[in-house]
Ligand binder design. Sequence first.
Ligand SMILES: Nc1ncnc2c1ncn2[C@@H]1O[C@H](COP(=O)(O)OP(=O)(O)OP(=O)(O)O)[C@@H](O)[C@H]1O
Length: 257
Amino acid sequence: MAHDQLEQRAAPVAVGGMRVQDVGIRFKRNRQSRRNFKDLFAGKDRRARPGEFWALHDVSFEVKPGESIGVVGRNGQGKSTLLKLVAQVMFPDTGRVEVNGGVAPLIEITGGFVNDLTVRDNVYLTAGLHGMPRREIDETFDEIIEFAGIGDFIDTPYKHLSSGMKVRIAFAVISRLEEPILLVDEVLAVGDKAFREKCFTRIDELLAGGRTLFLVSHSERDLLRFCTRGLYLDKGALVLDAPIQDVIDRYNADYPS
Ligand SMILES: Nc1ncnc2c1ncn2[C@@H]1O[C@H](COP(=O)(O)OP(=O)(O)OP(=O)(O)O)[C@@H](O)[C@H]1O
């Protein structure tokens, strides 16, 4: 059957769900190697040009609303890139990513925060961009700051916060958003033990409320605590999509510590 016909037959993606189909993304190894004039007319082909490599290739999976998915793999295998595609801050070179519903992304330490703005302005900006009305931000502002435990730094430029404080305020805001999908990269590893526990309780609450979760982690304990399903990426390929315990077992068998 033709690809177009298959696409027409695919069921619509439910709110909080997604469909990732034959996705590939290609990066340059070396920023110096610019695309040449001929490349501009070459269109999207499936070959990596010299100096380029596929950070993800032929990745396909579907997610139902409310699933909690752990993304597993060694350093540099495409986990963060996959989350960026789901967050739609990056677009694939091949295939397509369909996400139904907003995404609250706690990916990379800045979490989309603007360095030169104060903590207060960042809270208003991020929450506002995700559709939270100003009145609601006013009402939740103190609670967000209290959760982050950074009351003395409200008017400090974000860039002057410590790494741990940046994660605290980013998590406090992102986890208050009403988006159906939550993405959590390894950033939480930066937080201290007490704060991590607070975050984990919040994630439990969000999951109980039916959120869809993607969690990138190297901690078996955290993966088993939150996730039912695992995606194992190796060399940019989705090697296994299975229950989380099976994915962890396979990863440990491939790369014993
Ligand atoms: N914007 C970019 N430009 C060029 N290469 C990139 C870019 N982003 C990521 N890469 C490369 O793509 C590959 C996959 O990176 P990614 O950050 O997705 O890996 P990861 O599995 O999340 O790794 P880690 O566990 O170390 O966080 C790596 O080789 C990385 O260097």
